[in-house]
Write a protein that binds this ligand. Sequence first.
Ligand code: FAD
Length: 322
Amino acid sequence: MAIWIYAEHKNGQLKKVTLELLSEGRKLAGQLNEELAAVLIGKDVAALAATLGEYGADKVYLAENDALENYTTDGYTNVLAALAKEQQPAAILLGCTVQGRDLAAQVAQRLGTGLCTDCTGLELADGRLVFTRPIYAGKAFVKAAVPEARPAMATVRPNVLGVTAPQAGRSAEVIKADAQPGDIRQVIKDIVCQISTRPELTEADIIVSGGRGMKGPENYKLLDELADVLGAAVGASRAAVDAGWVPQSMQVGQTGKTVSPVLYIACGISGAIQHLAGMSSSKCIVAINKDPEANIFKVADYGVVGDLFEVVPLLTAEFKKM
Ligand code: FAD
């Protein structure tokens, strides 16, 4: 009846959401008196098991195979679903990332169980896992329990749960799992277009985001400069993406990425419901907009009514002094 977390990693590093899931999973496993296991899939990833142990995993199921070097829906689903069928965990938790969403849906279907997506909280009630998730584009929250289905599956929004400090020297039992990816029908190559030292959008503590008010792609350098000073990621509204100013990977919102940074600075973004769906769980929202009636001010903690082409360079200059 263990609780499992899927250990997502990239470029030899565990994703922050993996550590967040371990921290929360550790608490739940302690309350249930069950073990916490991590499932680590890939090629040459065994070294990550030590970190998983330090962050709370009792066991690590290690599935290594050359064919699993890059994520594929078929390969990773085959491995995770087969392992879950064999071991029958009580719950499987994944990050609500591009990869986690894809994998969770496939595995849930394969196991014939339900899936609670984009959760922002996990708790125990009467010995059962209860997931909190936003509905109506973040306007309300529901608590969902999974009564019958085994395992209970959920994807959890990155940056919402905290990370508890690792315990140096704590180790997990590493169990070699069957790593047969089966037939892989589709391989999506991870194409790196540009090397960025910026944090990933979904994991960033600070995001500077620009919308149609940026007026054109050339003006995003203003946001880049501010982001560089703050160590922030740069995001965008769909209007900016649809205009071809920035890539879709930068889009925040209902049909883009869901983010929960400590600070979200929205520049020239009106605050359409579909944009708010992706960022309203940010801990502090700062809006810069020249229209005092803009909807974004309804969710903003701090608002600057003004021209972003004046305000953003001023902010950059002030932060540089700090
Ligand atoms: P606008 O609404 O045009 O707002 C631009 C803002 O910039 C205005 O408020 C204006 O006052 C301000 N401004 C202009 N110039 C300046 C200046 N110099 N200084 C300061 N402020 C200035 N949108 C998303 O963002 N993400 C999504 O995932 C998403 N998914 C969608 C899914 C569906 C099914 C649909 C129908 C829509 C979706 N949208 C999404 C689109 C959404 O409805 C809005 O059209 C979009 O968010 C608007 O982007 P914007 O705020 O940048 O542009």
